[in-house]
Design a protein around this ligand. Sequence first.
Ligand SMILES: *[C@@H]1O[C@H](CO)[C@@H](O)[C@H](O)[C@H]1NC(C)=O
Ligand SMILES: *[C@@H]1O[C@H](CO)[C@@H](O)[C@H](O)[C@H]1NC(C)=O
Ligand SMILES: *[C@@H]1O[C@H](CO)[C@@H](O)[C@H](O)[C@H]1NC(C)=O
Ligand SMILES: *[C@@H]1O[C@H](CO)[C@@H](O)[C@H](O)[C@H]1NC(C)=O
Ligand SMILES: *[C@@H]1O[C@H](CO)[C@@H](O)[C@H](O)[C@H]1NC(C)=O
Ligand SMILES: *[C@@H]1O[C@H](CO)[C@@H](O)[C@H](O)[C@H]1NC(C)=O
Ligand SMILES: *[C@@H]1O[C@H](CO)[C@@H](O)[C@H](O)[C@H]1NC(C)=O
Length: 563
Amino acid sequence: MSFLQSQQKCIVIFALVCCFAVLLALIFSAVDFWGEDEETEEECPRNCSIVLVENIPADMLFSDNSTFHLPLSMGLNFLLDKAQEDVEIVSPQWFLGPSDYESSFYPAARQGKDLLSKLQELKNKRIQLKISTGEFDSAELKALEDYHDAKVHKVNMTALTKGQLHSSFWVVDRKHFYIGSASMDWRSLATKKELGVVVYDCKPLALDLHKVFNLYWGLQYKTFVPTFWSKRLFPFFNKDKPGNLVINRTTLQTYISSSPAAFIPKDRSSDLEAISSVISGASHFIYISVIDYLPLLRMESYWSRIDGLLREALILRSVHVRLLISCWEETNPLTFNFIWSLKSLCMEKANCSLEAKFFGLQRDGGLGGMNHNRFMVTDKAIYIGNLDWVGEEFGNNAGAGLVISHPANVTDRNFTVVEQLRAVFERDWFSHYAVPLQANKTPVCTRQHVDVSVFSKASHAPYGAQPGRTGQDDNGPAPLRNRHKADGPTLDRTTPHEDGLRKMSSQSLTNEQVPEEERAGIKAKDLADERARVKNWKQSISEDPPGRWAESSGFREMANGSL
Ligand SMILES: *[C@@H]1O[C@H](CO)[C@@H](O)[C@H](O)[C@H]1NC(C)=O
Ligand SMILES: *[C@@H]1O[C@H](CO)[C@@H](O)[C@H](O)[C@H]1NC(C)=O
Ligand SMILES: *[C@@H]1O[C@H](CO)[C@@H](O)[C@H](O)[C@H]1NC(C)=O
Ligand SMILES: *[C@@H]1O[C@H](CO)[C@@H](O)[C@H](O)[C@H]1NC(C)=O
Ligand SMILES: *[C@@H]1O[C@H](CO)[C@@H](O)[C@H](O)[C@H]1NC(C)=O
Ligand SMILES: *[C@@H]1O[C@H](CO)[C@@H](O)[C@H](O)[C@H]1NC(C)=O
Ligand SMILES: *[C@@H]1O[C@H](CO)[C@@H](O)[C@H](O)[C@H]1NC(C)=O
C-alpha cells in the first residue's frame, strides 16, 4: 500500500518535472536570448560623434570638392582599430577578397582584401568577430569561421519570411557602429557609390542596433519566427520616444528602425514608420536618393505607403520633393510611369514641385558608377536605411535604418549631419551624372530590355536561370530583389579575351549593337516575361566584377552569338 502510494507520488512528481522541463524548453525556444549582461541606456556618455562615410568610385569626378567625407574603407578601419571586445557584422554579401585579375583591373579592390585581413587579425587581438548572414555557402565566411575563430550564425530567411537578409551594419563593443548602403563586398569599397555613417562613443544607440543584431543571431537554425521576443530585444528608442543624444555637441533626436514587420519586437519602429514620420515631419524639402523607387507590390498591386505620403507632402504641404534614382540595368521601366504620375500632380499648381533625376547613366557602355545610396534628407531629419523603396522589400526582407532629426531651433545648422547630408545630396543632384527625366525620352538605362539576342540565350545562363523558371512557364513576375543571391566566389583563372568580353557585354547591355530587326520581333505582351527573364540574368552579372563575365556560360553564348 505505502509502496504503491510512494510509487504514485513518484509518477506525479516525475510528470510535473517533465511538464516543467517542456515548458522551460518552450520558453527558451521562443525567446532564446538569455544570459547576456543587462545593459541600460543610463550609462550613456553625452559625447557621441558622427561621421558620414562614402565610397566614391575612382572614375567618378565631382566638381565640388568641399562635400567629400571620410572614405568608407577608412571609416571601417577606424572602427576596427577602436574594437576591444567584439565586432558584430551583418551584411547581405560577403565577397571582400577580389581575384588577382579583379585587383589588377581595379586597384581600389585591394581595400576589400585589406579589410578582410584586418578582420582575420581580430583573432590575434582576442577580439570576438560575430557575423550574422543569410548566405549559406560563402567560402570567405567559412574560412573566417574555420581559421580565424569568427562565430558565424546563418539565418534562413527563405524559411522565416521568404525574404532576404539585406541588413548592413556593424556594431563594435556595443559602443560604436556603422550603418549604410555598403555590403562586405570589395565592390562597395571600390566601384560602387556608397554612403553610410559611423557613430562613435554612442552606447545607447549602439545598444539599440546591437539588439537588432542579437535578434538575427538568435534566429540561427530557426525555421519559423518566434511568437514572443525576449525583453532584451526591446529597443530603448523609437519614433514616439526618440533618444535625445548629444551628437557632436548638438542635442539630436534619434532611433533605430528595422524590417520586416515579423522581426519587430514590441516598441521598435519599422523602417516604414520611420520613413513615414520623416516625410510627414518635413516642412520645406524632402530629398531622396535610392537605387529603385517603385510603388508596386510584387508587380501585382499599387503600393501607396510611401508614394501616398509624397503626394500628400507635395499637394497639401507644398513641400519640395527631389527624387534621385539610380539608372542601371534593373531599373524597372514602370519607375518612369510612376515618376510622371507624381510630376503631373504638380501641373498647374502653385508651390508644388517634384523633380526627379536619374543617376549614373552608362558612360561608354561601362557599368561603373552605380549609385548604391539609400537615404533621405529633409529640412529636419535624415533617414539612412538598407532597403530599396520598392513594395516587397519592406514586407519580407530584413533591414535596419537610422533616423536623426534636429530641433527647429538648432543653433549651428551648418555643422549638423542633416546639413552635411543635404550637401552630399546636392553635390550628386547637380553633378553631370544626374540626368533629369525628359518628356518623350526614356533614359537609356531601361532600353536594353528589348535586346532579344540577350534573353533568348540568357535564360539558359547558370546565374540567370532560377530553379524552376525556364522558358515560357514563367508565370509570375521576376523576384525583383534577389540580386544579392547572385554572389559567389569568382574564378581566379582569367582568359586572355576577358577584357574584350567585358567591353562587348557592356555594349550589348546598352543595346547599341542590336540590329533593328531583332528588336522588332517582340510583341508587347511577351515583353514583360522576357524582361523578367533577362532581369534575372542581368542581376547576376550587373554588379559583378569582370571575372564573372567569363564565368557565365550564358554570356559566352551571347557573346559568340553577337559576334
Ligand atoms: C567620450 O567620453 C568618454 C568618457 O567621458 C571618453 O572616454 C571618450 O574618450 C569621449 N569620446 C570622445 C570622442 O570625446
Ligand atoms: C577638385 O579636386 C580636383 C583634384 O583633387 C582638382 O583638380 C579640382 O581643380 C578641384 N576643383 C575645385 C573646384 O576645387
Ligand atoms: C532554408 O529553408 C528552406 C525552407 O524551409 C529550405 O528549403 C532550405 O533548404 C533551407 N536552406 C538551408 C540552406 O538550410
Ligand atoms: C507660394 O509660396 C509663396 C512664398 O512662400 C507664397 O507667398 C504664396 O502665397 C504661395 N502660394 C500658394 C498658392 O500657396
Ligand atoms: C529649442 O527648443 C526647445 C523646445 O522646443 C528648447 O527646450 C530649447 O531650449 C531650445 N534651444 C534653443 C537653443 O533655443
Ligand atoms: C552655412 O552654409 C551656408 C551655405 O551652405 C553658407 O552660406 C553660410 O555662410 C554658412 N554659415 C556658417 C555660419 O558657416
Ligand atoms: C563630428 O565630430 C567628428 C569628430 O570631432 C568630426 O570628424 C565630424 O566631422 C563631425 N560630424 C559632423 C556631422 O559635424
